[in-house]
Design a protein around this ligand. Structure first.
Ligand SMILES: Cc1cc2nc3c(=O)[nH]c(=O)nc-3n(C[C@H](O)[C@H](O)[C@H](O)COP(=O)(O)OP(=O)(O)OC[C@H]3O[C@@H](n4cnc5c(N)ncnc54)[C@H](O)[C@@H]3O)c2cc1C
Length: 427
């Protein structure tokens, strides 16, 4: 049976449903741009939930307390870095707009402050970030105040160990202890954070867990749990668990795939269509062609082929993990449009000899070179097409893992790209 081709006509097509693609759809929706968003599961489910702006400078150095000051250093030392395409004021506006949107949709974050927060990692080390989910924020306060605190893990839960967290933090947070519980209704075998989180959305599981926490906490009034406090409305799950147990409760991120990223994805996939975005989830664009009157994007889902015709496109397809870049023995490619990729001269230069070399590995700075408007450039240095923009970690000249700027690059470049799209369409 031949399936009928469906057509979507829009002002802006966003390719990619990672943090950059979602942020672009949020900014476009707020500016009343008629937007279509496509992409399948990417790296979002891997994130801790923290929104980092800039936590360290490339090449080592201490963790950064003041990311705004550090942006000025970046301007002077790495002007090609994607965070240097915007003023600090615009980056602040972008973080404020994005976290406000999440808050209005029911997922609260701390607004961007003047300084980075110090937060816990899944293994109990510390890192710097800008915006913290409300479910994790009391942990930051307890850490600052060095309050007596109990960290709890669960039989059968892999990748999160309360004893490991306590062992790593013990030096800087002496009144910390660990306990292990059986999660209600999950007495046997391996258990998973996502399943636990969905279970805590039921009142019976919350009541049972609150009782167990009360018993094990003794005199301690603050308890850290792995990030399992519900997929939807986690702030409410946390508040109810606090009320039932009489304890102050906070979340600590777990190893990926983790609940905070799944939360972000499910929330944005639910709310964006309610606010006017055309979402075609879990599908990849197969071809993208620039025609005279429109940019044409082809994809297909279970019901058959779909054609999107847009006046502008934002490419936010990530790096290797999500398929935005592909590597073979001959080099690194951008698979959708075969855009030139800024990369080391030869494969022999991709990695340094020492895995932990403080300078990082050159391959981690590969990506697309863009102009000041976030338009990808041809080999000759001209914009590939005036209707094509680019956002997120597919951008070259940044090593987001080492400088802890994943969300920063995604949110800032999405903001810049949407502003430029608006200007183009206005023109
Ligand atoms: C383990 C881990 C931990 C992290 N922790 C943090 C953290 O603590 N703080 C922080 O700020 N950031 C963190 N990040 C980074 C963050 O999650 C994002 O990866 C980052 O911000 C980049 O987002 P992105 O949207 O550019 O790319 P990605 O998240 O990689 O998204 C790219 C998207 O493009 C889609 N795509 C690719 N090709 C196509 C195509 N042809 N058609 C349609 N769609 C396509 C993919 O399916 C995917 O949805 C972490 C990431 C990882 C992996």
């Amino acid at each position: 049976m031949t399936k009928e081709r469906r057509h979507v006509s829009c002002q802006l097509a966003v390719v990619g449903t990672g943090l950059a693609g979602f942020a672009a759809a949020v900014f476009a929706g707020n500016r009343a741009l008629d937007t279509a968003l496509t992409g399948n599961t990417g790296a979002l489910a891997y994130t801790t939930g923290y929104l980092d702006l800039l936590g360290a400078m490339d090449g080592g150095g201490p963790p950064l307390d003041d990311p705004w000051q550090a942006l000025q250093t970046l301007q002077a030392t790495q002007p090609e870095h994607p965070l240097c395409r915007l003023s600090p004021a615009s980056i602040h506006a972008a973080f404020t707009e994005f976290t406000s949107f999440l808050g209005s949709a029911g997922l609260n974050y701390s607004p961007p402050g003047r300084r980075n927060e110090t937060v816990l990692t899944p293994v109990g080390t510390l890192k710097k970030t800008l915006c913290v989910p409300s479910t994790m924020a009391p942990g930051t306060t307890a850490l600052t105040d060095k309050k007596p605190c109990l960290v709890v893990d669960f039989h059968g839960l892999k990748g999160f160990s309360a004893r490991q967290v306590v062992a790593n933090l013990g030096g800087s947070w002496p009144v910390l202890s660990a306990a292990r519980l059986v999660f209600p209704g999950m007495e046997h075998g391996e258990i998973y954070p996502e399943v636990m989180a969905r279970s805590l959305e039921t009142a019976a599981t919350r009541a049972h867990l609150a009782e167990l926490l009360r018993e094990v906490a003794g005199d301690v009034t603050t308890v850290g749990l792995p990030a399992i406090l519900g997929i939807h409305r986690p702030d409410r799950v946390r508040a109810e668990l606090e009320k039932l147990s009489g304890l102050r409760i906070f979340e600590i991120p777990t190893m990926p795939p983790a609940v905070p990223g799944i939360r972000l994805r499910e929330l944005l996939e639910q709310v964006l269509p309610q606010r006017g975005t055309t979402l075609i989830p879990q599908q990849k664009i197969k071809t993208l062609s620039f025609e005279k009157d429109a940019v044409r994007l082809d994809l297909a889902d279970n019901y058959g082929p779909i054609v999107i015709e847009a006046q502008a496109v934002i490419l936010a397809t990530g790096r290797f993990l999500s398929g935005g870049l592909a590597a073979d023995p001959n080099g690194i490619r951008e698979p959708l449009l075969d855009l030139p990729v800024s990369q080391p001269g030869s494969r022999a230069d991709w990695f340094r000899e020492g895995y932990t070399d403080r300078r990082g590995h050159p391959i981690n700075r590969a990506g697309l070179s863009v102009d000041d408007s976030c338009r990808p450039l041809t080999a000759e240095g001209r914009p590939f097409d005036r209707r094509l923009f680019c956002a997120g970690i597919i951008l070259a000249n940044q090593d987001w893992i080492r400088s802890r700027c994943g969300a920063g690059v995604a949110i800032a470049s999405a903001y810049r790209s949407v502003e430029q799209v608006r200007q183009l369409l206005g023109d």
